[in-house]
Design a protein around this ligand. Structure first.
Ligand SMILES: C[S@@+](CC[C@H](N)C(=O)[O-])C[C@H]1O[C@@H](n2cnc3c(N)ncnc32)[C@H](O)[C@@H]1O
Length: 276
């Protein structure tokens, strides 16, 4: 069952930060979050990314897990599931040794997500939880999302990482531009998130059959499940593709940031194994 993510105590991240440009760290000179007066600040425990995934997997009997973008396996190797599939064009660990060491229920594919979805995954393969954390551009995550939907179990969940860039430079889809600007403004955090946030706007307008919310207790993971919405905001695909960081900050309500425990409670009737 789901872990209780609502405990109101502050604690450091339990996933160690990595020398990896997509990871958040401390000290933000420019922030996309609205400032709160001290009286309004609610100290919530930070929910690490793996815990979001594991909590959702806990809703399924014999859960099947797919992670796109695995890097060192910081999340993947912490996750417990009946079956697990890892996809990354460049694993940052000895995946062949790992594959031999682990059971046949854990699979590793050192390929891009396009190759995995296009040529490797079986047509009828389904996953209960799919974690999208690969290439952090809008176009690639949109393609990953549509491919993931094809293989999502009827009551499954998709988690999209890094939809809430904390700075303008973190939101740039080009990692070299991000690095240049980050160094220029002397931001010592490594928090490249790219323009994945546009995918949330896209889902909001073009996937009326899906509901979503963004975890407010961490760096920003969007959680998406099948539940139709009665209305949508009309936007053009061009408008979404051209969405600026300024428009993102001003329109951040679209993310629907909420405490993870609240999101889990809302999605519960629509996800997981139905008790017999
Ligand atoms: C942020 S890291 C993943 C971190 C991991 N999910 C975790 O929680 O520890 C992003 C990874 O995406 C991988 N990646 C880049 N392009 C990709 C693609 N087209 N398909 C799948 N993975 C990709 C990179 O090699 C990198 O290892």
């Amino acid at each position: 069952m789901a872990n209780d993510a609502s405990a109101a105590v502050s604690e450091p991240r339990s996933v160690p930060s990595e020398p990896n440009p997509t990871r958040s760290a401390k000290g933000q000179p420019v922030t996309a979050q609205p400032a709160q007066s001290p009286a309004k600040q609610v100290k919530r425990r930070r929910v690490p990314r793996w815990e979001v995934v594991q909590t959702l997997l806990g809703r399924f009997e014999d859960p099947r897990y797919l992670e796109v973008g695995v890097s060192k396996g910081t999340t993947f190797h912490q996750i417990s599931a009946a079956s697990k599939v890892a996809v990354d064009p460049v694993f940052k660990f000895d995946w062949e040794t790992e594959r031999r060491r682990r059971s046949a229920d854990t699979e590793y594919y050192q390929v891009t997500s396009d190759v995995y979805f296009g040529a490797i995954v079986d047509d009828d393969q389904q996953f209960d939880v799919i974690f999208l954390d690969g290439l952090h551009t809008f176009e690639q995550t949109l393609r990953d999302f549509t491919n993931a939907l094809t293989h999502l179990a009827p009551r499954g969940v998709i988690v999209i990482d890094d939809v809430n860039p904390p700075t303008y430079h973190a939101s740039l889809p080009d990692p070299s531009r991000y690095q240049r600007l980050r160094k220029h403004v002397k931001d010592d955090r490594r928090a490249w998130m790219g323009d994945v946030y546009k995918l949330v706007w896209f889902i909001d307008t073009f996937y009326q059959s899906m509901s979503y919310a963004t975890v407010a207790d961490n760096h920003g993971q969007a959680v998406v499940w099948r539940e139709r919405r009665t209305s949508v905001v009309d936007r053009s695909t061009t408008e979404i593709g051209d969405l600026s960081f300024e428009s993102f900050v001003l329109g951040a309500d679209v993310l629907q940031r909420r405490p993870f425990a609240e999101i889990v409670a809302d999605m519960s009737p629509h996800i997981g194994t139905v008790a017999s």
